[in-house]
Structures are given as C-alpha cells and as structure tokens.
Design a protein around this ligand. Sequence first.
Ligand code: ARG
Length: 413
Amino acid sequence: MKEGIDYLANPNSVEKVVLLYSGGLDTSCMVKWIQEQYDADVVTLTIDLGQPGVDLQKAKEKALDQGAESAFVIDAKEEFAKDYVSKAIKANGLYQEKYPLSTAIARYLKCKKAVEVAKKVDADAIAHGATGKGNDQVRFEAGIMSLDPDLKLLAPVRQWSMTRDKEIEYAEKHGIDVEAEKGSPYSTDENLWGKSSECGPLEYPDKEPPGDVFQFVNLPEEAPEEPAEISITFEEGVPTALNGEEMQLHSLVEELNSIAGKHGVGIIDMMEDRVVGLKSREIYECPAATAIIEAHKDLEKYVSTKHENSFKKYADKKWAEMAYSGLWFDPLMHHLNSLVDSMNSNVSGKVYLKLYKGSAQVIGRESEEGLYNHQLASYGEGETFNQEASPGFIQLWSLQTKMKGGEHGSLGD
Ligand code: ARG
C-alpha cells in the first residue's frame, strides 16, 4: 500500500485474490485477514512439490473452513522436477557454492501456477506468505510481475506486523487449528529438492543446530556403519536411472533422498548473503541434490574438454545467482539455460558413489562420451602417447615465462 509503488494492492481495490497457501500458520491467518482487510474473495492454491508429511487435503478443508471461495490443490512434482530441478542439475545450481536452491526454484513454479489460477478464476491479485526480510518476497513479486504485470500483489506478513504469538492468538480467535505450529521454533520450507530451516536456535551462528531440526537427513554420527554404493545414470545431464533402474526424475529424487538421507548426506550449514543485504545463517537438508550435483559435476569433467570445464563454472555461478535473486524470468536465464543445455548434450553416462556418514564420494564413472583414453594415459604396456613430442611443447609453452621469469618473475630481484 506504499504510495508510488503501484503493483501493491490497496484495500477495496481488488475483488478476488489468489493466495499461495501452504496451510501453515502464516497463510492460514491470511485467508481470514485478506477477507477482513481487503474485502476481497480468497481463492487458495496449494501445490504439492513433494513436501513430506503435509496433508494437502486437510489444508484445503482448513481454507474452505475459513471462508475461501474455492481451494485448488495441484500436484506439480513432475513438472517441478522436469522444468526446474533438471535445469538446476545441468547448471550444478549451488548458490555461494553450497545451497542447491531448493526453496528458490520452487518459488518460480509457484508464481507460474498462481498466475494460471488467477486467469482461470478471474482474480486481480495474488498474495504470498513471505516476510519483508527474505528472498522469497523478491522471487514472488518479481516473478509474478514478469509473468503478468496487470496483477496486483499482496504480502500480508510484511504488512500486518504481528509477532508469532499474536498470529497464534489471531488464529485461535478465528478457530484456525494451530496445534502443529505451536511446538516448533523453526521456520521451514520443503520440497523434493530439499528442506530449508531458519529461526529460533538457528539464529545463533556460533551454535551447532539442535538435532530436532533435521527431518530429511540422519546426523552422520547416527548413520549406518556400513556404506552404501549407488549409481546414477545421466542422459544429457539429467538423471534417468538409480542403481540401473529407470525412473522419472521426481521419483528418482525422492528415492535418493531417503537413501542418501539415511547415510547423513546433504546437511548444509551456511552463512548466506540474502538479496536484501542481510547475512543469515541457514540450515539445509538436501540429500539427493548433494549427491546428484556431485555426480553430475564429475561426469561433466569426464566428458567435456578442458576448455569447456574451465568455462562452465562461470555460467553455473551466474545461473545460481540469478535463480537465487528473483530473476528466473529474465532473458539472461533463457540464454544461460540454452548454453547449459548445449553443454550438457553429451553429459551421458553412469557415476558410482559411496555414501558414508555424511559424505557422497564419487568412486567411479563410465561414459561412451568420456575423453579419457586408457592407452594414452596409462604408464603400462602398449601406451600410445608420444612422450618425445613433449619437449617441443614445453619449449613453446614456456616461451614468455622463460623470457621474463625468475624466482619472483620480472618483479623480483
Ligand atoms: N534462504 C533460503 C532461500 O532464500 C531459504 C528460505 C526458506 N524459508 C524458510 N522459511 N525456511 O532460498
């Protein structure tokens, strides 16, 4: 409602709002709050992205109980894997080299679905549950405006300035069931690509996260004593089989989450730079993402030239920064995805990993596209590399270094 920012909805200026609704405390309060404060109808949209342990049907009933005009529940796991996770894998998507962007990439799918539902029900605004301190507000608002600039946006949590206790009070007053929320001090977000946890004891970066944060992953010290060996098959950069069994990507990721999670793989504790300038301490559990990206990077190294390998990390880094920062729908993302697709066109083969007490270590790889040649590389019988050619190469390779060099180069004594 700030003057001059014309994409935000004003009370009484919108008639129907699509609310991105998880069924958690914030978005449950919003169903009522938007009706009260904006005098608008509310249509909720809940999207199944493989968040375990969430009863989406119950969430739907809860929304209708609070007076939602209608409540959509969409299963988008397959689409999420196919159009978002697969791109992240091809780009080895890790923000600040650590975070597999699980929350981030899911936000863009939510933007797309919300815009689709808004068209279908003829809504003029979309509401989300992100706060004013995080990245998600940027992703939702930049994303939705890029997809449909006519839609207005509402960010109730940013506006209502209720503390958590006040929200619980508000919810109880309106008969919203909040028992599940009361117990946990954490703010979480999860989908099949990973789980993010913030708040409560995690806000003290010097302290180890309490064990009760972890849901996807066993602590390494509690993981089995026996390692597990697995294989991931890739076709054009995307996993297509786990241990030789072909599966759709979303099923493969879910299956691998449970195997790698059991072995303590994928706990990430990082100091992260948010788009809005804050530095925050984040805890992620991304077992499948960690193992897959590790394997994918290894296979790329095997099949790509030295020049491709040295360049790819720059494209990957930019991809991750764009995906993190709310700019998924910028044309640069399209160009980067084309490049990354092209560079993955021969990233096909199989990678073997050993999962053991928190580590996912590559122990072997094979590919018809591999540039490794045993006869060339071997020191054994029948080697074919012409060692006599090496001195000529070194002569030219070192030409300028020899002319200007010395222990400290030309700057030395
Ligand atoms: N910092 C992460 C990101 O910006 C995760 C945010 C997820 N939100 C949460 N409530 N845990 O992508």
